[in-house]
Design a protein around this ligand. Structure first.
Ligand code: SAM
Length: 295
């Protein structure tokens, strides 16, 4: 069984990038009348306590969401402000104790006619997710599925109203997750070529991680689809060693979001937000971002 638990990482810099992109994309998609189906292939627990045991173990949110609400932060760019407003909506008062994961972010933006399918394999996260979702009293709008998201989405594509957003956010704990993402992307485009597909991935010194966006780009281009690729680096990826020989690993230094058929408004929104995100989340002078698109 997997050991990855998103509660250790909730609200970190990778979540800031992923959830800012998710909100900006979804806000555009719900502007059209027709019902939207959202498939969240790797849902996690749905809600996280930032003052709980898990989050405190690494306190990753201190270098993520917390930096956006620190005193002296200038006015935020619209996409970052929308992200912060979303997190605030789950918290009363000034303190940020609760962090919404992708299922709760998505559900809050949906209309009654839209549907949300959540896939989660880990039994503990599944239990937490099912309990959290039950409190929404969203009825048939939200379905929690104890299934492999890579496989499970197949039966929902194409969706009834032929409009869908797929968020694919694996933990990449297993090396073969990279290949599964590519297989899923290729299969999904065959089933439903006009869906919007959003893939998060870690930027780490591993060939599969390096290759993933390149291969997604090739896939989208060959299928004649537009794509958008945004990355955020907050620190150096170098492993350092002090005089006593203690080795310090940097943790996750960077991550990316790759979208196929992105909403046309997304690039402009990120062009404004990414420089500010980089500035606010920088942990050393290596902090940077990229934004490219094609198709
Ligand atoms: N998307 C969530 C968010 O943004 O709040 C975070 C998801 S976390 C990075 C990845 C989750 O996927 C973990 O909770 C893990 O248990 C679950 N998982 C791993 N492999 C899976 C699979 N094949 N299908 C569904 N869930 C899986």
């Amino acid at each position: 069984m997997f050991s990855y638990r998103h509660a250790f990482h909730a609200g970190n810099h990778a979540d800031v990038l992923k959830h800012t992109v998710l909100i900006a994309a979804l806000q555009h998609l719900v502007e059209k009348d027709a019902a939207l189906t959202v498939l969240d292939t790797h849902a996690g627990a749905g809600l996280y306590r930032l003052d709980g045991d898990y989050a405190n173990t690494s306190a990753e949110s201190a270098d993520g969401i917390a930096r956006l609400i620190a005193p002296g932060v200038p006015a935020l760019q619209p996409a970052l402000q929308a992200y912060l407003d979303m997190v605030r909506a789950f918290n009363q008062g000034a303190a940020t104790r609760v962090y919404p994961g992708s299922p709760f972010i998505i559900q809050r933006l949906l209309r009654e006619r839209d549907k949300l399918k959540l896939f989660e394999l880990h039994p503990t996260d599944l239990r937490a997710l099912a309990g959290n979702v039950a409190q929404l009293e969203a009825g048939r709008q939200v379905a929690v599925l104890h299934e492999d998201g890579f496989e499970g989405i197949k039966k929902f594509l194409p969706p009834p109203a032929r409009r869908a957003l797929v968020l694919c956010d694996p933990s990449y704990e297993m090396k073969n997750d990279y290949g599964k993402v590519l297989d899923m992307a290729a299969d999904s485009l065959k089933r439903f070529a006009t869906g919007t597909y959003a893939f998060w991935y870690p930027i780490i010194p591993r060939p599969e991680a390096h290759d993933l966006p390149r291969r997604l780009k090739t896939l989208a281009t060959k299928a004649g689809k537009s794509w958008l690729h945004a990355t955020l680096t907050v620190k150096s990826s170098k492993i350092t060693e002090n005089a006593a020989g203690d080795v310090k690993r940097p943790g996750l230094p960077a991550s990316g979001m790759f979208l196929i058929n992105p909403p046309f408004t997304l690039k402009a929104a990120l062009k404004e937000a990414l420089p500010q995100m980089t500035e606010l989340l920088a942990q050393d002078k290596n902090a940077t971002h990229t934004l490219e698109s094609g198709g």
